[in-house]
Design a protein around this ligand. Sequence first.
Ligand code: 9MR
Length: 438
Amino acid sequence: MTRTLTPPRRRRTLRAVALTTLTAVVLSGGIAATTAQAAGSTLQAAATESGRYFGTAIAANKLSDSAYTTIANREFNMVTAENEMKLDATEPNQNQFNFTNGDRIVSWARSNGKQVRGHTLAWHSQQPGWMQNMSGSALRSAMLNHVTQVATHYRGQIHSWDVVNEAFADGSSGARRDSNLQRTGNDWIEAAFRAARAADPNAKLCYNDYNTDDWTHAKTQAVYNLVRDFKSRGVPIDCVGLQSHFNAQSPVPSNYQTTLSSFAALGVDVQITELDIEGSGSAQADNYRRVVQACLAVARCTGISVWGVRDTDSWRASGTPLLFDGNGNKKAAYTSTLDALNGGTTTPPPTGSCTVSVTRGQEWSDRFNVSLAVSGTSTWRVSIQTQGSQSLQNSWNATVSGSTGTLTATPNGNGNSFGITLYKNGNTSLPTATCSTT
Ligand code: 9MR
């Protein structure tokens, strides 16, 4: 959060000084979104230093487990609903939507100052029964209605949507995966993206898949060609998600960075969306380090999410593929990931891109302070979405316009860290913020 006081490029030399200073700042600032630790000492803090995020999948039914939420809150600043925004969860009966568990995750994320990845709007798997039995134009309409309704419900609250998930076949064919959605016509993917853009124009729209990590694989090439085609024809797409589920059969490929940079060169962000690597000890740690270093070396690789908090939370629990063991202890893979994130990026974040962190400050009965820190650029505009009827009382170190709803902040010569005081007016949740360069 506070490491924006130290420009990323200079942080190696200033680290010792920065740690001392930052600890004091954090303690006196009363930052609540993370524990009182120096910049770079958690995954989210270290990732933010290079303008990236570090996220995890979250399961709604674990939000009552304080060991789980303590780690999740401390280490991650991006949250993906592991199952709660999927088709079967959100539309169990046709045109009857259920957002209860998805909303619980968004609410937890927002009240803890985190952003949300939406997963997923259109997928052959985990369809509700009624959809599995549909085909043709009726299915196409139902799918588009689903995309529209879900993206509209979460409009303004989603950093990136996995609009379409896993639409390509495994193996050497490079073909689309056969599914009821695919049989509605080859243009179903672009139709889904267009519907998502119309419903939530501010969310980044991603195509997400697995086994797309090795640049030489037919499936990787097929997704690459899809993205290239979409970009050339103006189909709205902003990002590619590489799930990156790795194990002995599917190891981290030696050309992983080439894959990331090749997608990025098409003019999309690349996000590592579901990272887990089976194994243990130094071998696992080394694989995590390689993945992080590959992302840091590619300017448009903008964030990494792991697919769960502790090994015991994983869909592949027996493969112990995550960064914390079942007791919540940091594994060697955690340390190598953190060290790699702190080892610095050789490529600065892309021009035209910035991120902003939001942390809670001092609180009074009627109002509270919010600290914001921009990284990635010195010429920025931050859009702050207040919650409920909250209204602006005061601001410092930035020019802030608006009084309730959406506030806009721009630099006033005092650097990249600024703050606001908000009247609660009955709502104590942290506002959310997005950053754009000017
Ligand atoms: O982790 C998810 C697990 O809890 C579900 O049972 C499973 C059902 O399909 O989905 C898992 O998440 C998957 C994700 O949605 C898409 N990529 C593969 C993930 C692991 O299977």
